[in-house]
Design a protein around this ligand. Structure first.
Ligand SMILES: [Zn+2]
Length: 226
């Protein structure tokens, strides 16, 4: 096999490559960010993907598809890894005693999820606020909590509420507010009307049920909302 050199950013036609060479390229970096598990893991998911390919009228043994069941299994495990994440471990050591009672806001948290009706992606941004009552959480943990609930089969409304309720439970603050905005591939790709529309969902708990506090939060994230 001839060595293949690809400069960063250089587009290379893979048409002329042998199957092994193509595999080498397509598999570069496959170990991250997916799991470290070996290529022979997840036999059931691989078998199911192979059946799916056949059922769709494809030939699962053709060059480009031979490793597809393996890749799909890895991708699906990663995209649904929220099922095996443990909130306690995510928050481990990152909740601190703090007297402040000022609203904390984290805006523009990217998330990627899969709609449970079509198993197609929906993705967008979450804007989250809470008003502490003696406890704060490390800011980097808030996007991690979003991952726990986005990396699984979801509906946007439930995901939004689960994130809010988790923050309420672990921080016991005066209140939690969250707005999520998302584009749903199941709408966009299937040509459902208003393909470019953004779905917005929100949860307002505790102090954010009060109109004044809620408006303050919405004003602070305004301009972020599409
Ligand atoms: Zn859907």
């Amino acid at each position: 096999m001839t060595p293949i050199t690809t400069l960063p950013g250089q587009l290379e036609s893979t048409d002329q490559l042998s199957h092994e060479e193509r595999e080498l390229i397509e598999h570069e970096g496959d170990s991250a960010p997916y799991s470290k598990e070996g290529s022979e893991s997840d036999p059931m998911l691989r078998a199911l993907t192979r059946s799916l390919l056949t059922e769709l009228g494809e030939d699962p043994d053709r060059c480009g598809l031979v490793r597809t069941p393996h890749r799909v299994a890895k991708a699906m495990r990663y995209l649904t890894s929220g099922y095996t994440m443990d909130i306690e471990k995510v928050l481990n050591g990152a909740i601190f005693k703090e007297a402040t009672e000022e609203m904390v806001i984290v805006k523009d948290i990217d998330f990627y999820s899969l709609c449970e009706h079509h198993m197609l992606p929906f993705f967008g941004k979450a804007h989250i606020a809470y008003i502490p009552k003696g406890r704060i959480v490390g800011l980097s943990k808030i996007p991690r909590i979003v991952e726990v609930f986005s990396r699984r089969l979801q509906v946007q409304e439930r995901m939004t509420h689960q994130i809010a309720e988790t923050l309420m439970e672990y921080l016991q603050p005066h209140g939690v507010a969250i707005v999520t905005e998302a584009r749903h591939m199941c709408m966009m790709m299937r040509g459902v009307e208003k393909q470019n529309s953004v779905a917005t969902s929100s949860a307002m708990l505790g102090a954010f049920k009060e109109p004044q506090t809620r408006s303050e939060f919405l004003a602070l994230i305004a301009g972020k909302l599409s």
